[in-house]
Design a protein around this ligand. Sequence first.
Ligand code: DP6
Length: 361
Amino acid sequence: MTEQDFIPKPYTNTLKQGKVTWESPSNIALVKYWGKRDPQIPENPSISFTLSQCKTITTLSYKQKEVTSDFSFDVFLDGEKKDAFKPKIETFFKRVEQYVPFLKGFHFTIETKNTFPHSSGIASSASGMSALALCLMSVEKLFNTDMSNTFFNQKASFLARLGSGSACRSVEGDLIVWGHTKHVAESSDLFGVKYPYAVHDNFKNYQDTILLIDKGEKQVSSTVGHNLMHNHPYAASRFQQAHDNLEKLKPILEAGDLKGFINLMESEALTLHAMMMTSNPYYILMKPNTLEVINRIWKFREDTGLHIGFTLDAGANVHILYPESEKVEILNFIENELVAYCKNGEYICDQIGFGAQEINN
Ligand code: DP6
């Protein structure tokens, strides 16, 4: 597939007004996407678990209008008008316009809400941009009714990527690869694909408990961080490492090798943050409590032999991943020992999920 394959033939029917709704989950990367070039092409392949509970629900209402040179839309978060979100959506619309050429012929109302607290540091761009991309696809499907489901999902992921890179991994589940690598057949820089190889039952219903360590706005956005990988002294070896890690992950996932899995996942998380610390300008997104939690996880793992591991996003929060079979003991540990390090004692229990869903209006 190339970009050209996502440019539709001229539409033959017209559409007056209506609305579509999608709920789309967040995802947590195991091998991290860090570094990109125009137009939203990743410098290295990544793989993530799609989540289940952390999601965005978006309704897109459309009303036909005269075609003008500008986009016309309003955005609401939890029923409140959010003009602050408009520039990001405007940029998204500009990037995707050639692939969904109906955009300037409608006024859109975008109503969105998240199941997780706003600015909790959970990547709302992944769930938010994928939900919006899916809504646009549902509108496009009304123009082009014989579109296959496979193409629908692929193009939704392609559009979502143009909104936020990691969003392309939220359309489907449960393990999604984005970024071309010879180690994963059919992998592409343009959209996410389902991980095509065997996955052991140890990873079925894998748990992700997210400790909200710091709920403030990030000091450095992901977009700025990605750009700091240009001319980064360790860029080339980091990008190569991501390919190598995708290769290493294959036997780990197949055999259900939980130790190997944790080792690779934690190394990826710390490498991500090491890239931030060795950028110029350099910065640190982990907080003292992030480190406290990591040390306690390591100690608990050593003491109990349980398969508890962590990963981090571009923020201070800690994602604790573990198999469902160890849920009781590990949740006990989290409640007794780790909640004290969370802001207002807040944490979110999630698990691996299977992708976005359309909601009937
Ligand atoms: C650290 O997808 O938020 O979470 O493409 O600029 O929107 P943009 O960046 P974004 O980057 C997420 C990076 C990450 C790692 C990952 O999810 O793979």
